[in-house]
Write a protein that binds this ligand. Structure first.
Ligand code: FES
Length: 358
C-alpha cells in the first residue's frame, strides 16, 4: 500500500505555456491499488542527478477512469517540474504511490447538494475531478466554481471546464477571474481575496444554501476566502480545504511549539502493511520520524516534508508524539491521534505508529 509502483506515461502535453497535462497508464494488476476518491493526490518520485525527489500532484480524472490524469504547473527554477517539462515523454516510467489525501468527495446519487468551490491556479486540479464526479453521479446536485488565474492563457483545464459547462448548463455555474487581464465586468478582474470573494458571494450565491464548500489554492488565498465566507455566515464546518505552495512558513511553524525530544531517545515501532519494524530515535539525531527512520534504513512515506500534503500521515497507537507544524491534518484527526511523521518526534520513551490505521 505505502510503496511506490512503476507507471507508464501514456501522454504528456502542454496544458498552457507553463503547465503540463500528464496521463499515466495503470496496469491491470495495480488497478485496485490505485483506486482513488475524486480530489485525492498522487505522490510521485523521480531520480534527478542521482537524488530521489518527491512531489504530490492532484488527480484531475475521475475515479474508475484510466489513464490517471494530473496537471502540473512548471515553476521557474522548480527542479521537479522543469525536469518533467524538459524530459518526460510517452513510454517513460514514473514511480507513484497509491493516491492519498483527505481533500476528497464521494458522490451519493440520492442527494441533491449545492457545492461551491474556489480554486486558484493549479488548485483547479482536484476540484475538476470533484466537479465532474458530482455532476456525473448526482443528477440533482449543483456546482458553482470561482476560478482565479493571472490570465486566460495560463488557465489550466479551461477547455475541460467549458466542456463540462456545455454538458451540464443548468447545474454548473462557472466564473473565471483574471488578475492581469481586464474583464468587461469589473467583478471578474482581480484575485480571490477577501473583498473579491465577498462581492462574488453576494452577487452569485446569496440565494443559495451551500452543503459543501471546497477551497484549493495558496495559503493567502485560502485565508481570504475563509474570512469572506464566514463573514457571510457560511458555516465553517462545510469547508474542505487544500493548501498548496509555501510549504514551510516559519511564522506558521511557530504556531505549534517545537516538540521537546525525549532526552534519552525513544524506541519507535512502525506498523505498516501488516508488518512491524522498530528503530531507536536518538535525542540528538534527526528531529522527525521520517528522517530518523531513514537513518536506520527504514523508508516511511513522505512527499512534501513541509507538513502540507499528509502523505506521511500516521496513527499514534501508543506513546506520544508532537508535531512542529501541521497544515495537513484536520483538528479531528489530531484529536484522534494522527500525526504527520515528517513533522513529529516522540516525547515518550516508546512510540508505536501505525500506517494501517486509516
Ligand atoms: S510529507 Fe507532506 S506532510 Fe509530511
Amino acid at each position: 500500500m505505502h510503496k511506490y509502483h512503476t507507471l507508464t506515461v501514456a501522454s504528456v502535453v502542454s496544458e498552457t505555456s507553463d503547465s503540463l497535462r500528464i496521463a499515466l497508464n495503470v496496469p491491470e494488476n495495480l488497478r485496485e491499488v490505485f483506486v482513488f476518491k475524486s480530489g485525492q493526490h498522487l505522490p510521485i518520485q523521480l531520480s534527478i542527478d542521482g537524488k530521489l525527489v518527491r512531489r504530490t500532484y492532484s488527480i484531475s480524472s475521475v475515479p474508475g477512469e484510466t489513464p490517471l490524469i494530473f496537471g502540473i504547473r512548471v515553476q521557474p527554477g522548480g527542479k521537479f517540474s522543469e525536469f518533467l517539462q524538459s524530459n518526460l515523454k510517452i513510454g517513460d516510467h514514473l514511480e507513484a504511490m497509491p493516491p492519498v489525501g483527505r481533500f476528497h468527495a464521494v458522490p451519493d446519487p440520492q442527494k441533491a447538494k449545492v457545492r461551491i468551490a474556489f480554486a486558484a491556479g493549479s488548485g483547479i486540479t482536484p476540484i475538476l475531478s470533484i466537479m465532474r464526479t458530482m455532476l456525473e453521479n448526482e443528477p440533482e446536485s449543483r456546482f458553482v466554481l470561482f476560478y482565479g488565474n493571472r490570465m486566460q492563457s495560463t488557465t489550466m483545464f479551461i477547455e475541460d471546464l467549458q466542456a463540462l459547462k456545455n454538458r451540464f448548463p443548468g447545474r454548473l455555474q462557472l466564473y473565471f477571474l483574471f488578475s492581469q487581464e481586464d474583464q468587461e465586468l469589473e467583478i471578474f478582474s482581480g484575485r480571490l481575496d477577501k473583498l473579491k470573494v465577498t462581492q462574488l458571494y453576494k452577487a452569485f450565491c446569496k440565494k443559495m444554501i451551500p452543503d459543501e464548500v471546497y477551497i484549493c489554492g495558496p495559503g493567502t488565498m485560502l485565508n481570504g476566502v475563509k474570512q469572506a465566507l464566514v463573514s457571510e455566515n457560511v458555516d465553517e464546518s462545510l469547508f474542505l480545504i487544500e493548501r498548496y505552495g509555501a510549504l514551510v512558513n516559519r511564522k506558521t511553524q511557530q504556531l505549534i511549539p517545537k516538540a521537546p525530544a525525549n532526552k534519552k531517545g525513544s524506541l519507535v515501532e512502525v506498523i505498516m502493511d501488516g508488518h512491524k519494524k522498530s528503530f531507536e530515535m536518538a535525542a540528538d539525531g534527526p528531529d522527525n520520524l521520517v528522517d530518523a527512520a531513514a537513518v536506520e534504513g527504514i523508508v516511511l512515506p513522505f512527499s512534501c516534508r513541509g507538513g502540507v500534503c499528509a502523505t506521511c500521515r500516521t496513527y499514534v497507537r501508543s506513546g506520544e508524539a508532537r508535531m512542529a507544524t501541521n497544515h495537513g491534518l484536520e483538528p479531528w484527526e489530531v484529536e484522534k491521534g494522527f500525526v504527520l511523521a515528517c513533522q513529529a518526534r516522540p516525547v515518550s520513551s516508546k512510540l508505536t505508529i501505525d500506517y494501517d490505521e486509516t
